[in-house]
Design a protein. Structure first.
Length: 214
């Protein structure tokens, strides 16, 4: 009996892990959205890990964009778990209002994840898409250069008009490994990112819908 049950238990556990991982990487996204090309995909040709997540927001794209474009630890925050992020030294506070001074980004600008870590704006199409890129060394100039991260990374935000004045907001994270052991770091990072990203998408949704109603 043990010889029969052991493989079944191991197989069931493995299947559960695979299923949970797939759900975490594709939260809210349709099968078509996980497969289609999005802005920023051209930067990393052969990623080791791709996460596509999405949410429908009952507000027009121009309203949703105002919350997306002002993200950053020194700007509007990330609308996620501020307490957890601040324990990592991010020093952010997620804004509940749109701030005019944070409504403009250009390629080459920095979007800070942390006072010492930032992503570069690779491409921006106001109202439609924002692509952020982090080369293996992600330090902000003048803040001390840490050891290079063992991956290259892009983070894209795509807004699409949905029926009845709604918006489909799609995010995509792509990791390209630079070392054989890179997955050992990226996998737990992506698991944490899944929780934070889900909260972020809901945070953007709630703020945009509330602003649109008022």
């Amino acid at each position: 009996m043990r010889r029969v049950l052991a493989p079944l238990v191991v197989g069931g556990a493995a299947l559960s892990v695979v299923t949970l991982r797939w759900s975490a990487l594709h939260w809210g996204a349709t099968t078509e959205e996980t497969r289609e090309l999005l802005p920023g995909d051209e930067i990393l040709r052969d990623p080791g890990l791709v996460a596509t997540r999405a949410i429908t927001i009952e507000a027009p794209p121009e309203e949703v964009w105002r919350w997306v474009v002002q993200m950053g630890s020194d700007r509007g925050g990330f609308y996620s778990y501020d307490g957890l992020e601040n324990r990592a030294g991010c020093h952010l506070h997620s804004a509940d209002t749109v701030v005019d001074a944070w409504q403009h980004l250009e390629p080459g600008d920095l979007v800070r994840l942390h006072p010492r870590v930032a992503l570069t704006v690779a491409a921006v199409d106001p109202g439609h898409s924002l692509v952020l890129h982090a080369a293996p060394a992600m330090a902000v100039a003048g803040a001390g250069v840490p050891d290079a991260a063992p991956y290259d990374f892009t983070w894209s935000f795509v807004l699409r008009r949905h029926p009845h004045r709604a918006t489909r907001l799609i995010t995509r994270e792509r990791f390209s490994y630079t070392h054989r052991w890179s997955p050992l770091l990226v996998e737990p990072v992506s698991a944490a990112s899944s929780l934070m990203s889900q909260k972020m998408l809901r945070g953007i949704r709630d703020r945009a819908e509330r602003a649109d109603r008022t």
